[in-house]
Structures are given as structure tokens and as C-alpha cells.
Design a protein around this ligand. Structure first.
Ligand code: 16G
Ligand code: MG
Length: 558
């Protein structure tokens, strides 16, 4: 709490000290006219335009902390964007994404011209009934971008300007900061709020799971990891000291030579459907890629014929849900389990989950917060975006039941299964998708099943697919419904897509405005790569003509 001494008595400060805010703000002045939006994953733009925004997010974090009487996180990162970009996002009390109403305040605050700052801050306090007498605590983290250090300093200025207390965790992965927030707001129940506490919690759970692995065939626990030249490399190296020797990790793209996210990383691999440039891959060697802030992971290998196989978020969700469903059956617990995907999920994965695995599948809008929200409706909610971002959520009731059974169950088989579930709960970062935690869970499952990456891959075969982007004058011309699978506007677009899809076998296509880039995204899948490519192209043309395309007309692929 910020206290003022008045007449010898300590009086809580009831009003905001605008003079101090204005003084600090002058050091982080907003370039007049510049406007930005709190998008799917916070603000993201060229680093040189972000100083006022991050300062103001420091201010906002203090207000949110006072309002929720909880610790709030501020992460400086632009994930898989190029090095010259940067970004910032706020983390809510349980380690989840910022509440939607506050995303709007964030946008208003970032766009307020200097003289309006006071009014905007007061409005937020009034609308949200922020009690300024409460104390505030903010934790801050940053990725390895050259601009991140200075920007996180500006966040600190913002927090200080409103008298908030803070802890700067410095270089951490995005999921590590989410973990810290959750630990702090659960009185350490979730874990210790230190980087070491994170490593200890995960490694302990991993080793406990591995103890139950009956087979440890040679080679299964070797993994090459492309860390996108980002923070993941640093943190994975630190974590290695806590991990058993049977897990041999080879870190590539560790930032010592290459540029962040340049021709490498999970996003590059997923979008281009090819390995990172310069990554040496032996035949059938198990490889994986993190993205720039280590909240996504994808796996891949090259087969003997030189063909590239990608195991994306859908395959990861399938592996994890197979494992969890089998364990739940063994425990005899009747808990609800579902997989949450987005429209980008490969049709084969949805088909396999529903028809072979008999697991209910739900579709949510793109963006972690939407999947996370849906996953909470189940006892065990497994969510993954095809791009490799995902985790598993266990309801409080499910967690209690599992932990109780792991302690008290008389039947050995059931108790062992419950213990495995308990270890899985401790291994997975339930606050958000986490490349390190996901990697360990995947490796543990493969070891427990005695599976190679090829055996995992063989669960189902992806339908060939293609993603494209189209530039339009205003991407808001496209409005969607049904978890982005249907376009409502512009008129005629959905009918056109339907007609195109009808002509091709196993075809599906949709369009949506990007939440992070000024483009419209197009997705198509079909029975052959040629058909998927053609369909994506035809749909791009429809978007271009019906939704106000700018620049050159989209060209055929190839
Ligand atoms: C952000 C989202 C990711 C989503 C992507 C879509 C978070 C933390 N990240 O990176 O989940 O898949 O945006 O980007 O929510 P797009 O809207 O440009 O296609
Ligand atoms: Mg990321």
C-alpha cells in the first residue's frame, strides 16, 4: 500500500497521484496519432513504437492488481514475430489471459493522447470499482529480443508511477511467467514462485512418471530441439541440470549464431511444413521446435525416402488424450474428458479423435483464451491449436479425486494409474501452453508406451492442407461465426466457398481476419496436396474480389 503521512497519522492514499504519473509518462511520451490494439496475444508491433504502450501496461497492471487483490504479470515478448518487433501482454491472477473487458481498457489506455491519460485512468477505476487503497504487486518477465530489456524497464516505471510493488524475473519464457503468477496467487499451492521452483516441480513429476516406464528402448529419449534462437534455449539449458541422464536433449538454434525466429522455430516449421534451415536431421531422427517465447512446440522427422513428417498440435493432442483416456479407464473414475481444437485442426485428427478414440471434440475460436475457456467446462480438458500451443486443464474436483485415489486406493492397478495421472497433473503447466512442459510430457508418454515418433505419427495421416494470406483494405470486412468456420460477411463469400469445397473430395476451407497481422487468413484441406493448393488459391481469389483485396491478385501456388 502506498501511504502518506498526514498529521502524524498514517492515511491510506485514496486518490491517484496524477502528478507523479504525468511526470513519469512524459519520459515515455506517446507519439501523437499512433494507435494500436490489444490483440489476440496483447500488443505487438515494431519495438521502436512500443515504449509508451509498455509503460502504460505497467500502470494498468497496478490497477488490475488492486482490483483483483492479486499479483498480475506483464510479459514483454513478441513470440514468433521477427526480432525487430516486440510486444506486451498482461497475465491475470490464475495465470490465464487477461479478461476481455480489460483488453479494451488496455487499448483505450495505449491510445490515449498524453492530456487524456488522467481521464482514461480515472474511468477505468470508476468502471471497475478499483479500490486505490489496496496494495498492488506486479511480476515482470521478458524474452531475449535486444529491445526487451529497455521495454521491461519502462514497464517497471509504469508500475512504480502508481506505487505498485514488483518483482522483475528478467529473462523467462512466457509460460514461466504465467506459472509465477499462479504460484503467487495460490499461496504456493501450485508451486514455488521461482525459476528453480518451476524446474523442480516439473522435473520431479517427470522423473516420477519415467519410473513407471517399463521399457526404455535405446534411442527413444533422444531429442533434438530447435529453440528458434530464443529464450527457450536458455531455459532448457538451465532445466537440463534437473533432468535425468536418460533424456538426451540436443539444443539447436540456441541463439549463439542465428537470428531469433529467422528460418526456424515452431511457427516457421508449421507454416512452411519443412524443417528449420540448417538443422541437421538424420533419417527418422526425432526433432522438435519451440517458438520464440517457448509457449509452442511441434515435432517432426524425415523418413528414409526423405519425406518430411510434421507432428503438430493436433497430433500432440491426440497422443496426450489417448494416454489420459487410457489412464482414466484404468482408474475406474468417471470424469468428463474432451479435446478442444480450432478450425485449423486437420480433419483427419478430428475424425480420429471422434471415431476411433471416441473422445468428444469441441471447436473454439483461434486464440488461447478461447480454447482455455472451453477446456474449463470439462473435468479433463485437453486443448491444442494446430500450431503447437496447448495444455491440459484438470478441474479442481477431478484433481482432488485423482490425488485422493493415488493416496488411498487399495487396488494396485488403479492406484498406479491414479499416480500416473497425479504426476501428469504436476508435469503439465495448466496456466497456458508451455513448450518445455509439453516436451517432457510427450517424452514421458512415448517412453511409457515404448513408442517411436514414427509409431506416434502413424495414429492417423494428415489431410494435405494449405494456409495463405490475402491483403485487403479492411480485414473487418470479414465477419465469421460457428467458431470461425463460416463467413457471415461479405455477402456471397460463404456461398462461393461452399461451391468450391463441394467440387473436391474430403475438402474443407474457411477464412478469418487475423488477430495479429493486417491480413485475411485462408485455410484449405483436401484429398491431395494439389487439390488443397488449388482450393486455397480459389478461396483467396474469392476473398480478394469480394472483401476488397488490395495489391496484386493472388497467384496460383507453385
Ligand atoms: C496468437 C495466439 C495464438 C493464435 C495466433 C493466431 C495466444 C497466446 N496466441 O499468437 O493462440 O493461434 O495468435 O494468429 O493467444 P492470427 O490471428 O494472426 O492467425
Ligand atoms: Mg509464442
Amino acid at each position: 500500500m502506498h501511504l502518506d503521512l498526514v498529521g502524524g497519522e498514517i492515511q491510506p492514499e485514496e486518490e491517484m497521484d496524477f502528478d507523479t504519473v504525468a511526470k513519469y509518462s512524459a519520459l515515455h511520451a506517446k507519439p501523437p496519432g499512433l494507435s494500436s490494439q490489444y490483440g489476440t496475444a496483447g500488443f505487438r508491433t515494431k519495438a521502436e513504437n512500443l515504449d509508451h504502450t509498455v509503460f502504460r501496461m505497467g500502470l494498468l497492471a497496478v490497477l488490475r492488481s488492486k482490483q483483483t487483490t492479486s499479483t498480475i504479470g506483464v510479459m514483454v515478448t513478441a513470440s514468433h514475430n521477427p526480432e525487430e518487433d516486440n510486444g506486451v501482454k498482461l497475465i491475470d491472477p490464475l495465470g490465464e489471459m487477461l479478461a476481455p473487458a480489460w483488453e479494451e481498457y488496455a487499448t483505450c489506455l495505449a491510445n490515449a493522447e498524453e492530456p487524456e491519460l488522467q481521464t482514461v485512468l480515472s474511468d477505468i477505476c470508476q468502471k471497475e470499482k478499483v479500490d486505490l487503497q489496496h496494495s498492488a504487486f506486479v511480476v515482470i518477465g521478458r524474452d531475449t529480443r535486444s529491445s526487451s530489456k529497455e521495454l521491461s524497464q519502462s514497464v517497471i516505471d509504469g508500475v512504480s508511477a502508481l506505487g505498485g510493488q514488483l518483482q522483475d524475473y528478467g529473462l523467462v519464457t512466457t509460460p514461466q511467467l504465467h506459472y509465477m503468477v499462479c504460484c503467487r496467487n495460490t499461496n504456493g499451492n501450485y508451486g514455488r514462485a521461482t525459476v528453480e521452483g518451476y524446474y523442480q516441480k516439473l522435473s520431479k513429476a517427470f522423473m516420477a512418471l519415467m519410473k513407471q516406464a517399463v521399457t526404455e528402448r535405446d534411442g527413444h529419449l533422444c531429442l533434438k530441439v530447435d529453440c528458434a534462437n530464443g529464450i527457450g534455449a536458455l531455459k532448457l539449458k538451465e532445466m537440463e541440470h534437473y533432468l535425468p541422464k536418460c533424456l538426451r536433449i540436443y539444443i539447436d538454434n540456441d541463439g549463439s549464431k542465428g537470428k531469433l525466429n529467422h528460418l526456424c522455430g515452431a511457427d516457421f516449421v508449421k507454416v512452411h511444413q519443412k524443417p528449420p534451415v540448417d538443422l541437421e536431421m538424420k533419417i527418422n531422427e526425432k526433432c522438435s521446435s519451440f517458438d520464440g517465447d517457448a509457449d509452442r512446440i511441434v515435432y517432426y522427422y524425415n523418413d528414409a525416402a526423405g519425406r518430411f513428417h510434421l507432428l503438430d498440435g493436433d497430433k500432440i493432442a491426440t497422443l496426450i488424450s489417448t494416454f489420459l483416456k487410457e489412464l482414466l479407464v484404468k482408474t475406474g473414475q468417471t470424469l468428463t474428458l474432451a479435446v478442444i481444437q480450432t478450425a485449423y485442426a486437420n480433419g483427419s485428427s478430428t475424425h480420429y479423435l471422434e471415431e476411433t478414440m471416441k473422445v468428444p471434440v469441441q471447436c473454439a475460436k483461434t486464440g488461447v483464451k478461447h480454447l482455455h475457456h472451453k477446456a474449463k467446462e470439462f473435468d479433463v480438458g485437453i486443448y491444442f491449436e494446430a500450431n503447437g500451443h496447448g495444455t491440459v486443464l484438470f478441474s479442481k474436483a477431478a484433481e482432488d479425486k485423482i490425488r485422493h485415489q493415488a493416496e488411498n486406493e487399495k487396488d494396485n492397478r488403479k492406484r498406479e494409474a491414479a499416480k500416473m495421472l497425479e504426476n501428469t497433473i504436476d508435469l503439465i503447466n495448466q496456466t497456458v501452453g508451455d513448450a518445455i512442459s509439453d516436451l517432457l510430457l510427450i517424452e514421458a508418454i512415448l517412453a511409457l508406451k515404448g513408442w517411436t515418433v514414427q509409431q506416434w505419427d502413424a495414429l492417423y495421416t494428415d489431410l494435405p492442407n494449405r494456409q495463405l494470406k490475402v491483403k485487403v483494405a479492411d480485414r473487418r470486412a470479414i465477419d465469421t461465426t460457428d467458431a470461425e468456420r463460416q463467413a457471415v460477411t461479405p455477402p456471397g463469400l460463404q456461398e462461393k466457398i461452399n461451391a468450391l469445397v463441394k467440387k473436391i473430395k474430403q475438402a474443407r476451407a474457411f477464412v478469418r481476419p487475423s488477430g495479429t497481422e493486417d491480413v485475411v487468413r485462408v485455410y484449405a484441406e483436401a484429398d491431395t496436396q494439389e487439390n488443397a493448393d488449388n482450393l486455397a488459391h480459389e478461396v483467396s481469389l474469392a476473398v480478394y474480389h469480394l472483401a476488397g483485396g488490395v495489391g496484386e491478385e493472388p497467384k496460383p501456388i507453385g
